[in-house]
Design a protein around this ligand. Structure first.
Ligand SMILES: [Zn+2]
Ligand SMILES: [Zn+2]
Length: 151
């Protein structure tokens, strides 16, 4: 399975239920695995995917964002029904981030500018060509080929 092809950003008009289900299935996880990884109840995941949950609390949102490998802002955008452009791009610490893993939700906070662990300035744009970084599924910038992680 080629997860690199998985579109992580919400499709305009997509509901929270559809978005969560699409990401989960795309990652090849069942509801139980997502619940365990996100630290939320299995029942809550079921409720979300049945469209019974319209708002996520802070902890659930960050847990889910981690489990599904997307920025918490993406989930925010889906809940609010706003286009993604209105929210922040991906941010990560070029020092602490391990390529191939989900970025820490603390880096994604809209107000975060520096890494909570090492105080390195967070990066949201490619250091080579300054394109916004939309997915950390990739290790290299798709535009200029520069590695996202600092060497
Ligand atoms: Zn750091
Ligand atoms: Zn680049």
């Amino acid at each position: 399975m080629n997860t690199l092809e998985l579109s992580q950003s919400p499709i305009p008009g997509e509901s929270l239920a559809d978005y969560i289900r699409r990401l989960r299935v795309g990652l090849g996880l069942n509801q139980k695995e997502v619940a365990a990884k996100a630290g939320v109840h299995l029942q809550s995941i079921g409720k979300m995917e049945r469209g019974k949950t319209a708002k996520l609390n802070h902890k659930t949102k960050n847990g889910l964002a981690y489990a599904l490998g997307v920025p918490a802002e993406y989930l925010d955008a889906v809940c609010k029904g706003v286009p993604l452009e209105a929210t922040a791009a991906l941010k990560f610490c070029p020092n602490c981030w391990v390529p191939g893993t989900a970025p820490d939700p603390l880096w994604m906070n809209l107000r975060s500018k520096y890494c909570f662990a090492c105080a390195t300035e967070l990066r949201s744009h490619c250091s080579g060509c300054n394109e916004a970084i939309m997915s950390l599924k990739h290790r290299f910038c798709p535009y200029c080929g520069k590695a996202y992680k600092a060497d």
